[in-house]
Design a binder for this molecule. Structure first.
Ligand code: NAD
Length: 490
């Protein structure tokens, strides 16, 4: 019998019976492994109302008690790490090692939220005028919601949930409909951790489900991670409805390879960055810009690394890269490569039309390297979201930085060099919010904000860390006077 992925509303696993069902597909097999409910707006409204009711008690629960649930959740996540990681691989396609890695980064956020008694503290001054004191407190907002993408089903919900809940809000998650099984496992653990009903809820679905959250007056804040067009749409609709919004979008991440870089290290790290998770990472290196004589060595070495990468089903031994998420994705990526080739771009390593033995129906695109990509071409500016690395060549670091900054995105930019002054110049001038120096995936730890810029982020406060605490709380400033003569003297 087909597994059906349900919603978790007001402490109950709920079958939104009126809803359509969508197949969940294992991308290595190209076969359905479950079905997920597409929650209609009427059921979303029930979840929001349950969250609103639960909020009254949850916000009054001391923060020291609220974090006890987070400690339990952390332990449960550790205990079930293997099972959840296998689920991620099965519905999302990445390798088992990558799945474990993303879960670790998610758990980190649960750990950070356990410090909420300190993180949520306000500040105060005695005697701002004679006999008058002033305090700032942080209070939760109410019902808040997050909408998350397919590529990190175990990690990205945890960029938001722990901060929202530990600060005293009630949280609703709408995960990607392509990968709902991981979230269902996470919610089984949330149920076991014993959070009060209505504090954390799950509504599955697509656009109708999202729009119901964006339009419901009791939803106070929206967190989003996904592609830039959807991020823009969600940011404008949520803010037009008077909500706070933080919307992380797509990316096109450039990396400079200086001639003084340790070329073996740079190549190894770049291959992991560009082809890891089949290039479906918002922090994947997608453009490598060589400077001067780095051109020949790096081009040769990265082509070798791309050719030798072992592609296959992520639970099989030694596999280094899995499939892309859907058949449409494979067709789209192969089409982009074909267009580039027609425009005269050199397809140095061609990952099209490949299959993996035993997985003939999988959505395979092998590592691909495109050389001599013109900076103004579609390939140089469009997010491909597949294992495709474009090479550009510059003569000086200034020219290379100009190429880095000539983009609409600003999620990540990196440099490989052994020169401190080149690194320092790059750190200062790169127009991106997450910067890597001799790093290929500059993913901020949970205690730093995930700092996308430009078309990679719409909003003010980012995910994770103190930014998360500020996003999910409103400040209340109290000015108070207690003259002696008003009080009974003892
Ligand atoms: P997506 O934008 O297609 O979907 C993201 C979420 O939005 C899903 O939950 C989906 O159901 C919902 N959605 C999709 N279309 C919608 C619409 N028209 N109206 C309302 N909701 C809609 O993204 P995806 O394909 O799941 O994920 C890949 C994208 O996410 C890439 O662009 C990647 O760069 C980006 N991403 C960004 C970050 C970051 O931190 N900036 C992190 C991970 C992924």
């Amino acid at each position: 019998m087909t597994t059906k992925i349900l919603d978790f509303i007001d402490g109950q696993w709920t079958d939104a019976k009126a809803a359509d069902l969508l197949d969940v597909v294992n991308p290595a097999e190209g076969a359905s492994i479950a079905q997920v409910v597409m929650t209609p707006s009427t059921v979303v409204a029930q979840a929001v109302e349950a969250g609103h009711t639960a909020f009254q008690e949850w916000r009054a629960t001391p923060v020291t008690d609220r974090i006890q649930y987070m400690f339990k959740l952390k332990m449960l996540l550790e205990e079930h790490l293997d099972d959840i990681a296998k689920t991620i691989t099965n519905e999302c396609g990445k390798t088992y090692k990558e799945s474990v890695g993303e879960l670790r980064r998610g758990i980190e956020n649960v750990e950070v939220s356990c410090g909420m008694p300190s993180l949520i503290q306000g500040y105060n001054n005695e005697d701002i005028a004679r006999g008058i004191d002033e305090h700032m407190f942080r209070q939760p907002l109410g019902v808040v919601a997050a909408i998350t993408p397919f590529n990190f089903p175990g990690m990205i919900p945890l960029w938001f949930l722990p901060y929202a809940v530990a600060t005293g809000n009630c949280f609703i998650l709408k995960p990607s409909e392509k990968v709902p099984m991981t979230t269902a496992k996470l919610f089984e653990l949330i149920e076991q951790a014993g959070f009060p009903k209505g504090v954390i809820q799950l509504v599955n679905g697509g656009k109708e489900t999202v729009d119901a959250l964006l339009d419901h007056p009791l939803v106070r804040a929206i967190s989003f991670v996904g592609s830039t067009p959807v991020a823009k749409y969600i940011y404008s609709r949520a803010t037009a409805n008077g909500k706070r919004a933080q919307c992380q979008g797509g990316a096109k991440n450039p990396v400079i390879i200086m001639p003084d870089a340790d070329m073996d290290t740079a190549t190894r790290i770049m291959a992991d960055s560009a082809f890891g998770c089949a290039g479906q990472r918002c922090l994947a290196a997608s453009v490598a810009i060589t400077v001067g004589e780095a051109k020949n060595t790096f081009t040769e070495q990265i082509a070798d690394a791309a050719t030798s990468r072992k592609v296959g089903y992520g639970l099989d031994e030694d596999v280094q890269m899995g499939p892309v998420i859907t058949k449409e994705s494979k067709t789209r990526i192969e089409g982009i490569i074909a267009n580039g080739q027609q425009q005269g771009i050199n397809v140095l390593v061609d990952g099209r039309s490949k299959t993996v033995g035993g997985y003939d129906d999988g959505y395979w695109v092998f590592p691909t390297v495109l050389d001599g990509v013109p900076p103004e071409s579609d390939i140089a500016t469009t997010e491909i979201f597949g294992p495709v690395l474009s090479l550009m060549h510059a003569n000086t670091i200034d020219d290379a930085i100009a190429l880095v900054n000539a983009r609409s995105f600003g999620n990540m930019a990196c440099i490989f060099t052994s020169s401190g002054s080149a690194a320092r110049k790059f750190r200062n001038e790169a127009d991106a919010g997450n910067v890597g120096i001799n790093i290929g995936v500059a993913a901020p730890m949970a205690f730093f904000p995930f700092s996308g810029w430009n078309d990679s982020f719409f909003g003010d406060l980012h995910a994770q860390s103190r930014h998360g605490v500020e996003f999910y709380t409103q400040t209340k400033v109290v000015v108070e006077r207690w003259p002696k003569e008003w009080s009974r003297q003892f």
